[in-house]
Each structure stands twice: as structure tokens, then as C-alpha cells.
Design a protein around this ligand. Structure first.
Ligand code: ATP
Length: 230
């Protein structure tokens, strides 16, 4: 089976995330996608994050209508009380560890794909053991307008990055299609035209504005009921 892993803070999950997952499922024939909320994301530790349990609950609501979309506890704190306290001794969640943990539960014939937006992919070379990540799975990247194939190739960890003379013609090519390089396979989805962002949603919730345009109705209800982002 083709399996997708979609990690993020999902604070909250929104229509942009769902569009990415649906398009990826169609493009790469994914049989299942695990949505993995990070307990302690390495790159967002300085900004306040809603408790894991709320982010997980919203994911469960948003994915309930899609058989193939599964909310995952792979990055939940081993000691939930520590997660609630946002205990500094808790280790951050590195994607490479999550990928390896998920693979232990898969068959050797299963193929794993990592789903990611272009803004996050642009920093991929800085991720913990990023080269190993490309060995463990193929990538599905949702591009944004203005990104070229060269931006995608140049974002790769140094040892996987093609030489400049190879990427030069990529500058005039939009980030679309499949990029197959020694050590890295990247499927590009093109622009999904879903500009939702969790930051804008939190601001809209704080201002008491309606959220139905950006999130599933059940998620909007949950945000209101629980008084999140006030
Ligand atoms: P924030 O605004 O808090 O930074 P976010 O909306 O970017 O959050 P994350 O949970 O950080 O959401 O994102 C998880 C993944 O989804 C990332 O790989 C990100 O690039 C991707 N993503 C987020 N929003 C969109 C969108 N509108 N279209 C496509 N991909 C998206």
C-alpha cells in the first residue's frame, strides 16, 4: 500500500491541509494518510501552542468523513501530563524518528510518502537527519505560486542537491511534475489555491470573526465551544 504521513502543528487543521491531503492521495494513489500533530515541534517551540489534546480532537473531527484519513498519536507525549505542562524535558518531535516508528508498523512492501507544503520544504535541509529522511520516504510537496523547480532542487540537503549547471534550466520551470534525483524523489502538486493559514484563523477566532471559510464546520464549532484562540 502507499501510505502518506502528514505532520504539522495543526493549530487548527484547516482547508489548506485537507486540500493538500486530498490532492496528494489522488496524485500518488495513497491508500491511507496519517495526520500527525506534533507534540513539541522543533521549529515552533517559542510560540505558544494549543494543548495537543485540542489539536488532536480537531483533526479527529476534520478527518471523520474520510475513510483513508487517520488522526495519529505517533507524536503524542509519553507522559500526557508533561505535554500539558509543556515540560521542557520533553524531547522535540523529529520527523525522522516518527517516520521510523511508523515504518515499524508497516509491511516491507508498503511505500511511505511524506506530505509537506513548499514553505516548510524550503527549510528541509535544516531538519534533523534530513538526508536520511529522503532515503526513508518519497516527498509530496504542495507548491505555492512563484516557486520554480530550481527552488525545490536548491532546498535539498547539500549532498543531494544537483550541481548549479544541472539546476540552471530549472529556474524558468514552475514547480510541478515529479523530480527524481539520485537519493531523492519529489512529487510536486502545483498550487492548491487554498490560501488558508492557521495563523490567520487564530487571529480571526480571537476577533470573533466567522471561521467557516477556512475550517470544517465541526472544527469551527469546536473552536467556539472550547473558547480556543481567545
Ligand atoms: P501556522 O500559520 O501556525 O504556521 P500552518 O497553517 O502553516 O500554521 P502547519 O500545521 O504549520 O499549518 O502546517 C502543516 C503543513 O501544511 C506544512 O507542511 C505546511 O506547509 C502545510 N500547509 C499549511 N497551510 C497550507 C495551505 N494553505 N496549502 C498547502 N499547504 C499548507
Amino acid at each position: 500500500m502507499n501510505i502518506g504521513l502528514f505532520g504539522g502543528t495543526f493549530d487548527p487543521v484547516h482547508r489548506g491541509h485537507m486540500a493538500l491531503a486530498r490532492t496528494a492521495a489522488e496524485h500518488c494513489k495513497l491508500h491511507r494518510i496519517y495526520f500527525v500533530p506534533a507534540n513539541l515541534p522543533p521549529h515552533k517551540q517559542r510560540q505558544p501552542l494549543s494543548p495537543f489534546v485540542h489539536r488532536f480532537a480537531m483533526l479527529a473531527l476534520a478527518t471523520s468523513g474520510e475513510k483513508a484519513f487517520v488522526p495519529s498519536m505517533l507524536e503524542a507525549a509519553e507522559d500526557p501530563a508533561a505535554g500539558a505542562r509543556r515540560d521542557c524535558r520533553e524531547k522535540p518531535n523529529y520527523t525522522i524518528d516518527t517516520v521510523r516508528r511508523l515504518k515499524q508498523s508497516l509491511k516491507t512492501s508498503d511505500k511511505l510518502f511524506l506530505l509537506i507544503g513548499m514553505d516548510a520544504f524550503a527549510d528541509i535541509a535544516k531538519w534533523h537527519q534530513s538526508e536520511a529522511l529522503f532515503r526513508e520516504c518519497e516527498f509530496i510537496v504542495a507548491s505555492r505560486p512563484g516557486y520554480s523547480l530550481a527552488d525545490v532542487a536548491n532546498a535539498l540537503p547539500e549532498r543531494l542537491r544537483p550541481r548549479p549547471e544541472v539546476t540552471r534550466p530549472f529556474h524558468s520551470q514552475p514547480a510541478a511534475g515529479d523530480l527524481v534525483l539520485p537519493g531523492a524523489t519529489i512529487h510536486l502538486l502545483g498550487d492548491l489555491r487554498q490560501p488558508a493559514s492557521a495563523t490567520a484563523i487564530r487571529a480571526a477566532a480571537a476577533a470573533g470573526k466567522p471561521l467557516g471559510r477556512f475550517v470544517d464546520a465541526a472544527v469551527a464549532d469546536y473552536i467556539r465551544k472550547m473558547g480556543l484562540y481567545k
